[in-house]
Write a protein that binds this ligand. Structure first.
Ligand SMILES: Cc1cc2nc3c(=O)[nH]c(=O)nc-3n(C[C@H](O)[C@H](O)[C@H](O)COP(=O)(O)O)c2cc1C
Length: 365
C-alpha cells in the first residue's frame, strides 16, 4: 500500500477515518487512527453537546469542545489529524477558524459546495497556513465546478477531493430516488473526478488525489476502488465497531445486531436523505409521530426548527450516548458486516493484509 500525498503532507497509510457526528468520532478514535498511520478525523458537527452546560449556549460550547478535542487528540499522537465540518451548519466559519488556530492538518468540508471558503479564510492565509482544505463532494461535476471556481477566482485549487458515493453512512448527497434505484456507482464517480482534476494537475504541476468514500469496508474493496483511480479511502462504518470509537457501547451494539435489511434510508428534518439502522424510534418517526424537542440554537442553516418532527442533532447525540430508544444510528450500507468489536490496530492490520494478499494474487495469476 502506497502512502498518500496531500500537498506537502504525507499520510503513511492511505486510509482516512470519516468524521462521524454527533459525538461518534472524537479525540479517542481520531488519535488511534492517526497512530496507525492513517488520518484520524474529529467530527465538529454538534460537538458542543459533549460539554455538560451546552444547553446554555450551544454555539459557544461547540467552539470550546472542538478546541479541547483537537488538543486532546494532538496530545496522544504525532500522526495526521483532521476535522470534518459541514457547510450547512450555522457556525461553519467559526469552526474553521478554531481548527486553523489549532493547526489541524486537514479540514474536510462537506454538505455543500465550498466555493467561497478561500475568500472567507483569506487568500494570504490560505497560501501560508499548515491546514489543508479538502472538499467532500458527491460527483465529478461538483469537483469540476469547485476546481474551476477556485482556479478562476483565487488562482489555486484544493489539494485533494473526497468523493462520497451512495453507500455511505450519514446524510447523503443523492436523491432518495437515486438511492432506491441503486443506479449510481462509486467507481464511475471516481473516474469522473479523476478526469475533472486532470487539467488543473497539468496547469499547477501537482497531483490532486481523489479519495473514495462510501461502502469501502475491507482491503479488497480498497484495491477495487484504487483501480478506478482513487489514491486513498475514507471509511466511517468500519471504525464504529472499534474499542476506540467514542460512541457508547449500545451504539456499537446496534451495528453488531443489525441485518442487511435493517439498513434503510430516512429523510432527515434538514431535508437530506440519511442511511440509518432501523429500530423502534425509526418506525415511530416513519409512522409520523411528533417527537418532543427544544431548540436551543438553530444549528443547521436549512433546519425549519419550529416545524420539524424531531431534532436531528439531539437524536444523533442520544444514539451516540447509548439512548437508542430516543434516537437512531447513522450507518453505511455495510454496517451489517460487523461481527465483533476490534481495536483500530486490528482493523489496520486486516486492511493491509487483505489489500496485499489481493495484490500478490494478481501478480501470480
Ligand atoms: C455514524 C456516522 C456518522 C456520520 N456523520 C457524518 C457527519 O456528521 N458529517 C459528515 O460530513 N459525514 C458524516 N458521515 C460520513 C463519514 O464521514 C464517511 O464519509 C462515510 O462514513 C463513508 O462511508 P462508509 O460509512 O460506508 O465507510 C457519517 C458516517 C457515519 C457512519
Amino acid at each position: 500500500m502506497k502512502g498518500l500525498h496531500i500537498g506537502d503532507l504525507f499520510v503513511k497509510v492511505p486510509v482516512i477515518q470519516g468524521g462521524m457526528g454527533v459525538g461518534i468520532s472524537l479525540y479517542g478514535l481520531a488519535s488511534a487512527v492517526a497512530n496507525q498511520g492513517g488520518v484520524g478525523v474529529i467530527s465538529a458537527v454538534g460537538i458542543g453537546m459533549t460539554e455538560p452546560d451546552y444547553l446554555k449556549n450551544l454555539q459557544k460550547a461547540n467552539l470550546t469542545a472542538l478546541r479541547k478535542q483537537i488538543q486532546k487528540a494532538r496530545s496522544l499522537t504525532d500522526g495526521v489529524l483532521g476535522v470534518n465540518i459541514m457547510l450547512a451548519v450555522t457556525d461553519c466559519d467559526e469552526l474553521i477558524r478554531v481548527s486553523i488556530e489549532e493547526e489541524i492538518d486537514i479540514i474536510f468540508i462537506g454538505a455543500g459546495l465550498p466555493l467561497k471558503i478561500p475568500a472567507q479564510i483569506g487568500l494570504d492565509k490560505m497560501k501560508t497556513m499548515k491546514t489543508k482544505i479538502v472538499p467532500k463532494l458527491s460527483s465529478g461535476k461538483a469537483v469540476a465546478l469547485v476546481a474551476r471556481y477556485w482556479d478562476a477566482k483565487y488562482n489555486m485549487v484544493p489539494p485533494a477531493f473526497v468523493i462520497e458515493g451512495p453507500k455511505a453512512g450519514g446524510h447523503l448527497g443523492f436523491s432518495p430516488e437515486d438511492l432506491k434505484a441503486e443506479n449510481i456507482q462509486l467507481e464511475d464517480l471516481i473516474e469522473e473526478a479523476v478526469e475533472a482534476v486532470k487539467p488543473y494537475e497539468e496547469k499547477y504541476g501537482i497531483e490532486i488525489p481523489i479519495i473514495a468514500a462510501g461502502g469501502i469496508y475491507d482491503g479488497h474493496d480498497m484495491r477495487e476502488i484504487f483501480k478506478s483511480g482513487a489514491k486513498a479511502v475514507k471509511m466511517g462504518t468500519r471504525f464504529v465497531t472499534t474499542y476506540e470509537c467514542d460512541a457508547d457501547i449500545e451504539f456499537k451494539n446496534s451495528y453488531l445486531a443489525c441485518e442487511k435489511d435493517d439498513i434503510e434510508i430516512v429523510v432527515s428534518p434538514v431535508g437530506m436523505p440519511g442511511r440509518v439502522i432501523r429500530n423502534k424510534f425509526v418506525d415511530e418517526i416513519k409512522a409520523g409521530e411528533q417527537k418532543p424537542y427544544k431548540c436551543s440554537w438553530r444549528c443547521i442553516k436549512t433546519c425549519d426548527y419550529k416545524k420539524v418532527q424531531y431534532c436531528i442533532a439531539r437524536v444523533l447525540f442520544n444514539a451516540a450516548d447509548g439512548k437508542m430508544d430516543q434516537g437512531f444510528s447513522f450507518a453505511g450500507s455495510n454496517a451489517y458486516k460487523a461481527d465483533r468489536i476490534q481495536s483500530v490496530k486490528e482493523v489496520f492490520d486486516e486492511l493491509k493484509y487483505e489489500f496485499e494478499a489481493k495484490e500478490l494474487e494478481a501478480a501470480t495469476v
